[in-house]
Design a protein around this ligand. Structure first.
Ligand code: AMO
Length: 428
């Protein structure tokens, strides 16, 4: 007899099945015990007699054979009358660090300290099932649009995003860095003839702040495509991708969304509003001053509320960021060279994406490097791409954990990260 998963046993009413999982709950009635078994697909009630229940402890791993019958009082209306069982993973603890079977609020740091145990709670694990489907939808959609999946190095010789948020690595006799973004490489692969590429990979930021929305290691969903008209093509693509993603999640993650008590937003048309206008609205409507050429975290929250009210959208593209706030590769407007063809996407008060059109002209890019105080010769490997017919191109990146966090309405990005890395945490 092969293993059945808990979610399938309804098909085996009256028949013998073999199930495997962990002891989720024990309800000892003396002569018999009802034990809830948990596998990756759900929970099922086991009925054990006095002898069988002996020595069972919460969270032990079990293999069980028994017959499936109906019981309206049990979870999903089914139970398994156990004929044989075997403990295949012993319990070696005095006391569980916290309860797995109750949704009591355990401090997030305690959950993260005991990650194997906290993730056994279906509610704590649910965002990661949703995250898996976000990645599937991202990949599926882009492959359907003729994008190629690429894998680029994370040990690199120079930064791409400006600023000093880089981890250094000793690389034999020289110094290297952990990639902040696959930015240069995704552009190079567009130029290399792949035309349309995406990457799902880690990005590293040595940010010196521990906040609810920053990680030092995160997963970046990167996209880049060639032969575009302008940055609007990129926003159109991201909008269609998000629509597909939401549809996919509604289909595949019903159970998890229900468990978390959340529903996903509908996307009609995502408003595109100039950053400068957003800053003015914030000042006018909320008396909120914004930093030069940007919004701060509070501004993002307030502006999202404004957009929700005015446009009934949970998302908003902020466009035309100033050159001074964007990295060297960003395309400026010809007619207004202090502004760029770039954007951020804000979702429920949080920036989840940056993107835009890039400079594709070799001389312009070289010149811009000098303006930014960079030495073009340090970037020969990147600049070479632009000497051999680089088409107009652009792209964007979504922070996977941030997107998961907002879809699941979590309060802290670490709740959407299996094993977070932050200023204070490098284990487990
Ligand atoms: P940017 O630096 O804005 O742009 O990053 C893109 C997106 O990545 C996520 N993100 C983070 N998530 C968690 N913790 C962090 N410390 C963190 N930093 C960034 C955010 C952000 O919107 N190369 C450009 C993208 C492009 O233009 O294609 C870039 O990396 O969701």
């Amino acid at each position: 007899m092969g293993r059945s998963y808990v979610k399938e046993i309804g098909q085996s009413l009256g028949k013998e099945v073999e199930v495997k999982g962990w002891v989720h709950k024990i309800h000892d009635l003396g002569r018999i015990a009802f034990v809830t078994l948990r596998d990756k697909t759900g929970l099922v009630q086991l009925v054990l007699d006095e002898k069988q229940k002996e020595g069972l402890r919460l969270e032990m791993a079990l293999e069980v054979k028994g017959t499936v019958s109906e019981n309206t009082k049990a979870v999903n209306g089914l139970e398994i009358n156990v004929e044989q069982h075997k403990v295949v993973g012993e319990a070696h603890y005095d006391k569980l660090p916290f309860s797995v079977n109750r949704n009591e609020k355990t401090h997030l740091e305690t959950q993260l300290n005991h990650r194997t145990i906290s993730l056994r709670n279906p509610q704590i694990r649910a965002p990661f099932i949703i995250q898996e489907e976000i990645v599937t939808a991202f990949r599926e959609y882009l492959r359907g649009e003729m994008f190629s999946e690429i894998h680029t190095p994370k040990i690199i010789s120079s930064g791409t995003e400006g600023g000093s948020e880089m981890f250094t690595v000793k690389y034999f006799d020289s110094r290297a860095f952990l990639a902040q973004s696959p930015q240069f490489y995704k552009q190079m692969m567009v130029g290399a003839g792949f035309e349309k590429v995406f990457e799902i990979g880690h990005a590293y930021r040595s940010e010196l702040h521990n906040t609810w929305r920053h990680l030092n290691e995160y997963v970046s969903l990167d996209v880049e495509l060639g032969f575009i008209e302008d940055e609007n093509d990129i926003m159109d693509l991201e909008e269609s991708l998000l629509k597909h993603m939401i549809q996919h999640l509604n289909q595949k993650c019903k159970k998890e969304l229900e468990l978390l008590g959340v529903s996903l937003p509908e996307i009609q048309k995502i408003p595109r509003i100039e950053l400068e206008e957003a800053r003015e609205i914030l000042l006018r409507e909320y008396d909120k001053k914004s930093p030069a050429g940007n919004l701060d975290a509070e501004g993002e929250v307030l502006f999202s509320a404004y957009v929700k009210e005015k446009y009934n959208s949970e998302f908003v593209f902020l466009t035309r960021y100033p050159v001074s706030k964007r990295p060297v590769y960003t395309m400026p407007f010809e007619e207004e060279p202090s502004l760029t063809r770039s954007f951020d996407l804000i979702f429920k008060g949080l920036e989840i994406t940056t993107g835009g059109q890039r400079i594709h002209n070799y001389d312009q890019l070289k010149e811009n490097m000098l303006t930014f105080g960079l030495k073009p010769e340090d970037f020969d490997f990147y600049l070479e791409t632009f000497r051999y017919g680089m088409p107009p191109h652009g792209g964007f990146a979504i922070g996977l954990e941030r997107l998961t966090m907002k879809f699941c309405q979590l309060e802290n990005i670490r709740e959407a990260t299996l094993l977070p890395r932050d200023m204070k945490r490098i284990t487990p």
